[in-house]
Each structure stands twice: as structure tokens, then as C-alpha cells.
Design a protein around this ligand. Structure first.
Ligand SMILES: [Zn+2]
Ligand SMILES: [Zn+2]
Length: 952
């Protein structure tokens, strides 16, 4: 049956077809294993345990960007490689409900419709978000499907799915019962637009030009009689602030205890201007004497440092802003004004009343909401927290301590979790050592609503018991039925932090349900970017170690730390930058859309571009020119396939049948096989070794480049050219050479496709199916075997072929130099040692064909008068008498001499010009001198050539 491969390589057609096929056939699904056939004990330490990897769930609002493309390419290469190498490989996909981002998206829609979430009410709004999700939420998943990622789509999850929501509730109630969740007043970053607290990690700091306003607070004397207001002494303390509106909430001014300027004011009071409030002067060593006047206003409700001072000195906290960052009823005359309107008026009033000092220009780092870019307002509010440094009720390590132990070396130097690049371990441990309590509440409607109920009668909190499902009907403390559920939802990272345990069934781990958990937890690897190291990676380690610790091992024994971790390895990938190594950004307009590039060059070429530059800790400068190059690489493979198939079909017409299904699975040849066959097999095996070893250490670049060199160089440029000689049938004697030649050719090609497949899954799938005449041994090349590491490689034949190649390369170079026409076939002289002489004699036909040589003359010395090339192993010369048109050559040389003489005169004039030599940089002058010397040399050569021309 003839092999039907279209003439032109068209990635779009192939890729659409196979992407659909992989999803439709559910090719990469890994069903729940039968506990009888798989158990942790059986798997042993030989690296054959399942390879399990979780996709960092993109936001359901997301669109695929270059970072995703890199991340997914890296995961897909590793998963396909592990799967083909014989491991049960499971890659679990899903999307994140992305609380703030999704709520914002829908709120924007509502604004356009002239309504709002408040008008709709909570229930209708949440329903509306679900409707949005059903309609638009699949976009990024569709993009992933088109890119052909080899995930198990049957296990796709959404973080708001019922079973994952059960896990979120259970995690909360267990932590609450362990005394690790509390509610408290705390300074949070408040986004007045999103109207929710956001975490430190969601605040982006930007330098902004502003002002530093100095305000003078009058000092009060202690003189006033009982009950009468204190009298101003006429002295002032000057404080400075970038947010003058917060002064409305000042409850003290702080100074350093040893600041000599203020020693006489210890214990005194001040009058807060505009509010007419008496506030104390407190002494606190935290205050810096060097900064400004050494006196700072203290606003505990609006600044984290001030909050800490307030706690130390038992100062009241006066919150002066509402949820929209307008001044509230605590702001006196300014109540109802937006924060920036209030600022202007306050500054004007201070000035009018003589309390304003200097106004200085000041550049400071202002925090903005990462989602909506609104300036965040540090603000006191009541939030829910996890006490990460606290021991649980009943004793044991804190959550942070477990999360540190998982990454630290144990007594044997082993680590439960390894980071690549390794320096991230230190960064992680430092963060986990300085970690504060985790604020887990968000004032949103979209997300997992906190499972806690407030009692209207006794004001206590009721949290359901572990394992319960229904909502409580009465207060657990006083029995009142006046209970209402907390309105806050949980931080999105609380639910995504649980994913490694929840996707495999936690908390419902029973004897019947635990097969997934036993087989797949801990996962093998997490591939992610640095930007979510703390957001997500750290949270997964904290929550994974905590809750998996409750699940005994399959044999009932307690789970050791190394088995509680959510993943055994973390690979932090680098950034994709533009071709000039600039960070991609919308404002700069240098964002490369992966979907556009894929449309232009095909997924395979884009994947290969990323892989060829990906290695630990190195950012990728994405250059489209490179993608164009890899598109050409794919094309080269396509053409090689067409050439091979054409020959197989031609042979079949001559009754020479090569059956692809009986090819050796590893390209194997005997010692008596032709040298080039033994060589290409050795080359293939070296490449397979290099690729396997490089992927073990995340050197995608080394792996991709090794395959590229092999496929393009060794296979296409050399082997195909050589083997062509054996495929030609010019006489009846040619026939018997064909079958072994085709068999080796086809088996090496088939194995090379498998080697390349994890990097370029589409083109290899297409060609592989055609190679087997549409009847391949497996449903996909991705289910075939990966070429493994080989122990012994025939290195001697590689050395021999290298010699032969270098001989051919030198002859080709010589031909160019002395101007032999492309088509001319010429004799060569070769002086070579014994071994090369033998190789050259045996492979005369190859040399003759590949270097266009008519005859190899072995000599002891290259004849005088021939220009030769020398290497340590041989000298070679091409014998070629060019027939020259003497008058034309004389004219050409005469012209060249005139041109070079003129150039020389110019050079000399310039270099003798003192002004030029003095002004021009040294390297220019040096370059000019060198140029002059070269020109003179060529001038002499041309003169000699002219003199050597025969006279007419
Ligand atoms: Zn915001
Ligand atoms: Zn109660």
C-alpha cells in the first residue's frame, strides 16, 4: 500500500486533526488503578512509580500567554517522555475560579448593562457568575486542547466543583477545631474598587511622584485646672506624611526615647488640629531619629507599623474610611468626602489655621491592586486568619514548621522536596521562616463562603464539626436559631493550595476510595513560575503536609513526612522575554501572542523554539526568526519522510517488501553491516543517551539541540545522502542491496520519530501513522516506547565516519576556493595514514558521490603547485585546471589593481592625517591600519597573478 504523505508540510491541517483525535480517543486518560495490581510497596525505588503532575490551574478568565505556553511545553515534554519510557504518566488539568478576577469581569458586564452586583443581590450575582463561567470559562481549556497537551481530560476539575468544595470546607473546619483559625482585627491591604482585602502578594508597588506634607501639632501644657481644656504652650511638634487625610485618625505622636530634641516632652500631650482631639506623645524605640523630624504621627487603623505601635501602647484605633475609601463618620467635617478630595481640603484647612509646614516633593512606592490597579488603602478590618506559627490544640509542629521541614535536609541529607534551580530552596525557607499569619478571608461573593455562623443572641461563632455536611441550624453555644453565615469567602489560594490532596479524593479517603490517593499522592513534580512560589507553591506545601499527614499509609502505618508532601520536586521555570531580552508588557507593546505564532508556524515549531532555549534559571529571549528556523526543521523531516516513503513504495513495485511492523524496535545492525549503517545507529544511540540524560536534569535545551543536530545533520545531510547510493537500481545486481538498506533506513527513521515525538508531537504522529500505512502498532506514537539509554555504543565507527566526513568537507571547501564549477567532477590527491587510507578505499563511492570526485589518487606527497588543505590526519588537494579566458582575466585583474591602488592612496592619506588620528577612537584607527594591510596584500596577489598570465 503506497504511503500517502501530502507534498507540502501544512502544520495547521495536521495539528487540528491530531489535537482533536487525542482528546476524542481519551488517549492520555489514566483510570483509577485497581488496588490489587498497584500498591506503593510494589513500585520500589527503581523510578518506575507513576509519574504524576498537576497543571497549575489557569484562571478561568484567562487567555493563553507565552508563560503558559512555556510552562505547558515543559510539562508536556516531560510527561510524554516519562509515559513513553514506560511509566504510568498522569497529568491532571483544571481551572481556578479566580475570585477577584472573575468577580471583576462579571461586575464590568453588569456596569455596562447599567446595573450592579448590589442591585442583583448575592444569590443572583453568584448565579450570574456561573452562567458567565459556563459560557466563557472554557476558552483557555480549548486553547490547551488545540496545543495538544497530553493531559487526562477525564479528570479535569474546576476549583468550585462539588467534591473540591467539600475539601475546602473540611480543611477549614479541621483547622478551626485545632485552634488554628481565628478572627481578628488587622491592618489589611484594602482595595476600594474590589472592596475586599487583598494579600501582600496581590499588591504591586509602583514609584509615584507625590508630596510630603509637614504638619505642626501644638504641644499642650499640664497647667489647665481640673476639667478645663489644656492650654497650648506655643511649642509645636512637626510630623510629616504622604497621606495627610489619615491624620483624622491619629491617636498619638511617637518619638524615640533617647531623642534629645524631645526629652522635655515625655509624658506631654498634643492637640490634633482640625479634630480638636488631645493625643499623647508616646516613646517607642521603633521610631527612627534620623528620618525627618524624628516624630511620627500614629494612625493605628491605617498603617501596619502604626498598628503595632498602637498595640504596644494600648492606643485606640480610629478607622476614618469606609469600604470605598471615602471618609466616614469618624472624620468629623470631612465625612462623606472621597479620600483625595478630603486630602485637598484638609491641606487647605491646615494652611488656613497655621498648621501646615513645608510641602516637599517626594517619590514613594505606592501599593496598587494587582487586579484593578487602584491605589490600595491600608485599613483596619476584621478578617479570618490561619495561625501558621502556632502549635495545634493537642500539640505538634506548627504548619510553617512542617512546611520548612519538608524542604530542609534531614539527618541523612535527604530532602522530601527538591527545588530546581536549587537556590529557590533558600528563598522559600527564608519566606517560610518570616511568615506571618495568613489572612484567608476575602470580601467577595464569588468563591467558597466561609463555613462559620454568627449568633445574633450570644454573638459567638459556630463552625460545623469535621465530617458534617449540612449547615448548622442553631448556635452551638446558646442554642439560638438566630444564626447567619459569614459573608466573606475564602482566599482563592486556600482552595488551590488544597489541590494536590483534593483532586485525589481527600478528605473522603476510605478503604474503597483510596486507590487514587495511594497511587498518585505525593505527585512527582510541579512545574511553575517564580511569581507564584509564595502564593501557591508554599500554600500547597503547608496544606498538603498538614492534611495528607492525617491519611495513613496503605498498610495502616503513620505517614512519614516524605509521603505527606504534595510533590517531590519543584521545577521553577524562567521568564519568556522578547528578542531583545526585554520583559513583555502591554504598555511596551512587545507581547508575543502564542496563538498568533502557532497559526503562522505551527505548534511544533513554537514548542521546539521554547524547548531549545529552556534550561534551569535562564530566561528565554523569544525570537521569531528561530521559530522560522524550526519550521524549516519540521519541513526537512517532512521531506525526508517523503523521500523514504517514495523509495519504499518504489521497492514494493519491484517485489522488494519492507514490512514496517517487523522492523527491529531498536535500530539494530550487525558488525558486518555497511559502515554508514553502523555509524547512523551509533549516532542515534549517542543522541538518545544525551536526550534522556538531559531531560533528567531539565536541560530541555541540550535535549532539543541534540535531536536537531542528529536529525538535520547526521540523518538528513549525511546518512540519507550516502544511503541513496544503495537505493539506486541501475542493474540487476542492485536489487539485493535494497532491502537491507531500506530496512535500516526505515528503522532508524521510525526510532528518530519516537525520539523527537515529545518535542514535536504533531508532525511525528502524522508521519508515524503514514509510515505504518495507517495501521500502527499503537493508537499514537505517544504510546510507543521511548528510545532508552544504551550501554555500549560503537564509538570506533563514529571516529571512522568523522574522518570520512572531514575529508569530504575539506574537498568541498577546496572546490569552492579554487572555483570549481558546481557540477564538475574532479580527481583529488590524498595523502593519508594507513587507517584513513583503508576507510577511504572502502568508501570511494561515498567520497566520489558526496564530494563530486572522479578519482581518489593516493600519494605520499601532494604534487607541487596544487593548493591543499591539511588536517592532522591527511592532506588533500583538488586537481583542476581552469580554462581561463586570458584577455578577460587580464582586464579583470587590471581593474582590480587600479581599484586597490586607489584604496591604498586613500588609506594612506587618512592615516597620515594628524587630525583623524587624534580624534578617532583607537580601535577605529587600528581597524583602518589592518584594512590597509589586507588591501595591500590582495593588491600584491593581483599583481602577481597578472604577471603570471601567459603572454598572448
Ligand atoms: Zn482592586
Ligand atoms: Zn449563641
Amino acid at each position: 500500500m503506497p504511503h500517502d504523505l501530502p507534498k507540502a508540510y501544512d502544520p495547521t491541517a495536521i495539528e487540528d486533526h491530531w489535537a482533536g483525535y487525542w482528546v476524542r480517543e481519551n488517549l492520555f486518560a489514566v483510570p483509577t488503578p485497581d488496588p490489587a495490581t498497584i500498591s506503593v510497596q510494589d513500585q520500589g525505588p527503581d523510578g518506575m512509580s507513576p509519574f504524576v503532575i498537576l497543571l497549575p490551574p489557569p484562571n478561568v478568565t484567562g487567555r493563553l500567554h507565552m508563560g503558559h505556553m512555556l510552562n505547558q511545553t515543559e510539562m508536556d515534554i516531560l510527561t510524554r517522555w516519562r509515559r513513553m519510557s514506560g511509566r504510568l504518566a498522569l497529568w491532571v488539568p483544571g481551572t481556578d475560579h479566580a475570585g477577584i478576577a472573575t468577580q471583576m469581569m462579571v461586575e464590568r458586564q453588569l456596569t455596562e448593562e447599567g446595573t450592579s452586583r448590589q442591585t442583583l443581590g448575592r444569590e443572583a450575582f453568584v448565579e450570574r457568575v456561573w452562567a458567565w463561567k459556563r459560557h466563557y470559562g472554557g476558552a483557555i481549556i480549548e486553547q490547551m486542547k488545540r496545543l495538544g497537551v497530553s493531559v487526562d481530560w477525564s479528570r479535569e476539575y474546576f476549583t468550585m466543583d462539588e467534591r473540591l468544595s467539600v475539601a475546602v470546607r473540611e480543611a477549614f473546619v479541621r483547622l478551626y477545631a485545632q485552634g488554628l483559625i481565628y478572627r481578628g482585627a488587622y491592618i489589611v491591604n484594602w482595595c476600594p474598587r474590589c472592596q475586599t482585602a487583598i494579600s501582600d502578594l496581590e499588591v504591586v508597588h509602583q514609584e509615584q511622584k507625590g508630596h510630603l506634607w509637614e504638619i505642626r501639632y501644638p504641644v499642650l501644657g499640664d497647667g489647665g485646672p481640673e476639667g478645663k481644656p489644656s492650654i497650648e504652650t506655643g511649642e509645636f511638634i512637626t510630623v510629616a506624611t504622604t497621606r495627610p487625610e489619615t491624620m483624622l485618625g491619629d491617636t498619638a505622636v511617637a518619638i524615640h526615647p533617647e531623642d534629645e530634641r524631645y526629652l522635655h516632652l515625655h509624658g506631654k500631650k498634643l492637640r490634633l488640629p482640625l479634630m480638636n482631639r488631645e493625643i499623647p506623645i508616646v516613646v517607642d524605640p521603633w521610631v527612627s531619629r534620623e528620618f525627618g523630624t524624628g516624630a511620627v504621627k500614629v494612625t493605628p487603623a491605617h498603617d501596619p507599623n502604626d498598628f503595632a505601635i498602637g498595640e504596644r501602647h494600648h492606643l485606640p484605633s480610629i478607622n476614618v474610611m469606609d469600604d470605598r475609601a471615602a471618609i466616614n463618620e469618624n472624620g468629623g467635617a470631612y465625612a462623606g468626602l472621597d479620600r483625595y478630595v478630603a486630602r485637598k481640603r484638609i491641606v487647605a484647612d491646615l494652611e488656613a489655621q497655621g498648621h501646615l509646614g513645608a510641602i516637599k516633593d517626594y517619590t514613594n512606592n505606592v501599593g496598587h491592586c494587582d487586579r484593578c490597579k487602584t491605589v490600595v488603602e491600608p485599613r483596619l478590618s476584621t478578617q479570618w486568619f490561619i495561625a501558621v506559627n502556632k502549635e495545634p490544640t493537642g500539640g505538634g509542629d506548627s504548619m510553617a514548621e512542617k512546611a520548612r521541614a519538608a524542604v530542609r535536609s534531614d539527618a541523612n541529607g535527604d530532602k522530601a522536596i527538591r527545588f530546581t534551580p536549587e537556590n529557590y530552596e533558600k528563598i522559600y525557607l527564608e519566606w517560610m521562616t518570616n511568615i506571618h499569619d495568613w489572612c484567608i478571608s476575602r470580601q467577595l461573593w464569588w468563591g467558597h463562603r466561609i463555613p462559620a455562623w454568627h449568633c445574633g443572641a450570644c454573638h459567638k461563632i459556630t463552625v460545623p464539626e469535621s465530617g458534617s455536611t449540612g449547615d448548622p441550624a442553631a448556635c452551638a453555644h446558646c442554642g439560638s436559631d438566630q444564626i447567619t453565615q459569614e459573608t466573606d469567602v475564602l482566599d482563592t489560594w486556600f482552595s488551590s493550595g488544597l489541590l494536590p490532596v483534593s483532586v485525589f479524593g481527600w478528605p473522603n479517603i476510605t478503604a474503597e476510595t483510596r486507590a487514587d490517593f495511594d497511587a498518585f499522592y505525593p505527585t512527582s513534580l510541579l512545574v511553575t513560575g517564580f511569581d507564584i512560589l509564595f502564593f501557591w507553591v508554599a500554600r500547597m506545601i503547608m496544606l498538603g503536609c498538614w492534611f495528607a499527614g492525617d491519611v495513613p499509609m496503605p498498610d495502616g502505618s503513620p505517614r512519614p513526612l516524605a509521603e505527606t508532601v504534595p510533590f517531590k520536586e519543584v521545577y521553577i521555570h524562567a521568564l519568556v522575554r522578547d528578542a531583545n531580552r526585554e520583559k513583555m508588557s502591554k504598555t511596551k507593546g512587545n507581547v508575543i501572542d502564542p496563538i498568533e505564532i502557532v497559526k503562522q508556524y505551527g505548534t511544533d515549531a513554537v514548542r521546539f523554539t521554547l524547548a531549545s532555549m529552556a534550561s534551569p534559571g535562564t530566561d528565554i529571549a523569544f525570537n521569531v526568526a528561530r521559530t522560522e528556523g524550526y519550521r524549516a526543521f519540521a519541513n526537512k523531516i517532512w521531506n525526508a519522510a517523503r523521500f523514504i516513503f517514495m523509495n519504499v513504495d518504489k521497492a514494493a513495485e519491484l517485489e522488494i517488501k519492507v514490512d514496517p511492523s517487523s522492523l527491529p524496535k531498536l535500530p539494530a545492525v550487525g558488525m558486518d553491516a555497511p559502515r554508514e549503517d553502523r555509524w547512523i545507529v551509533a549516532e542515534f544511540e549517542s543522541t538518545a543517551n544525551k536526550v534522556n540524560r538531559s531531560l533528567e536534569s531539565y536541560r530541555y535545551d541540550d535535549a532539543a539541540n541534540a535531536i536537531y543536530q542528529f536529525f538535520w545533520g547526521s540523518f538528513c545531510d549525511w546518512y540519507l545522502e550516502i544511503v541513496k547510493l544503495r537505493l539506486e537500481i541501475s542493474d540487476t545486481a542492485g536489487k539485493e542491496k535494497i532491502k537491507p538498506a531500506l530496512t535500516t533506513l526505515l528503522s532508524v527513521f521510525e526510532a528518530s520519530l519516537r525520539l523527537l515525538s515529545p518535542f514535536m508531537p504533531f508532525i511525528t504522529e502524522e508521519i508515524w501513522h503514514v509510515l505504518y500505512g495507517g495501521n500502527p502498532p499503537a493508537g499514537s506514537i505517544a504510546l510507543a516506547h521511548y528510545p532508552p539509554v544504551q550501554g555500549i555504543i560503537d564509538a570506533s565507527v563514529q571516529i571512522e565516519m568523522e574522518l570520512l566526513q572531514s575529508l569530504i568537507v575539506e574537498v568541498r571547501a577546496l572546490r569552492k576556493e579554487i572555483g570549481v564549477e558546481e557540477k564538475a567532477i574532479v580527481p583529488i590527491e590524498l595523502r593519508a595514514g594507513e587507517s584513513l587510507r583503508e576507510i577511504a578505499e572502502q568508501n570511494r563511492d561515498i567520497i566520489e558521490r558526496l564530494a563530486r570526485v572522479s578519482e581518489v589518487r593516493f600519494v605520499d606527497q601532494i604534487s607541487a603547485g596544487l593548493s591543499k588543505h591539511s588536517t592532522p590526519q591527511f592532506d588533500v588537494a583538488v586537481i583542476y585546471e581552469r580554462t581561463i579566458d586570458i584577455p578577460a582575466e587580464r582586464e579583470r585583474l587590471t581593474k582590480e589593481i587600479a581599484k586597490r591602488e586607489k584604496q591604498d592612496a586613500n588609506d594612506e592619506r587618512q592615516l597620515n592625517d594628524p587630525a583623524f588620528v587624534a580624534k578617532a577612537p583607537a580601535h577605529i584607527v587600528e581597524g583602518k591600519k589592518k584594512q590597509m594591510q589586507e588591501n595591500r596584500l590582495l593588491l600584491e596577489k593581483a599583481k602577481a597573478a597578472l604577471a603570471a598570465l601567459p603572454k598572448e
